[in-house]
Design a protein around this ligand. Structure first.
Ligand code: ZN
Length: 200
């Protein structure tokens, strides 16, 4: 092991997703060799993002203050609600420039193996919004993974009989691919070509 603070840094970095022990060591060495001002800036942005960013009180997107940029924009159409797994989905759909409604961020997808059930997600809050905001269409824009599919079919059941149109993005997205990997043209087409789901 390395000197205490060096090993602490490697251990913290190794806990991050997608960074193994080797990668953690490489980043730690990079930071040790970097100018102090650059290393300090990194520390500051991490501190700042944790202080400044909270979940939007309406849609659970990232927000600075009570509401996110989109919820705070009164030009957005409250009748359309696009349901995504996390804020990456919001950014992906926004990039298409084909959508003027609001969003609802679930905070993940149903995954029994990981112990994530419907209760772990912002589903009750979604249902509450339907009446409160006069929603007429819910667009399910979930990832095309097993978890995304399971979540879509659960939501389809829960949204049945509530007087809202429920649609899904047209297929054509890479299978198992996250929304943020789809290019904006493909995603824009999938949005425009969305299909209605039977909701009984
Ligand atoms: Zn919001």
């Amino acid at each position: 092991v390395y000197e205490g603070p060096v090993q602490d840094l490697i251990d913290e970095l190794a806990r991050l997703p997608g960074i193994g022990p080797k990668g953690a060591q490489r980043i730690a060495f990079h930071l040790l060799a970097a100018d102090e001002i650059d290393a300090r800036r990194l520390g500051e942005v991490i501190t700042r993002v944790k202080q400044a960013i909270t979940p939007c009180r309406r849609c659970f997107n990232f927000a600075q203050g009570d509401f996110c940029r989109i919820c705070a924009d009164d030009r957005r159409d409250p009748a359309q609600l696009c349901v995504v797994e996390d804020p990456r989905g919001v950014v992906a759909i926004e990039r298409t420039r084909e959508y003027r409604g609001r969003y609802h961020v679930l905070g993940g997808a149903i995954s029994p193996l990981d112990g994530i059930g419907p209760d772990s997600l912002h589903i009750e809050e979604l249902l509450a919004r339907l009446g409160d905001e006069g929603v007429t269409e819910v667009i399910l824009a979930l990832n095309s993974s097993h978890e995304g599919e399971a979540t879509a079919s659960y939501l389809q059941d829960r949204l049945a009989g509530r007087g809202v149109r429920v649609t899904r993005l047209a297929s054509g997205l890479p299978v198992g691919g996250d929304l943020d990997y789809a290019d904006e043209l493909t995603l824009g087409r999938a949005l425009l070509g969305r299909r209605d789901l039977a909701t009984g």
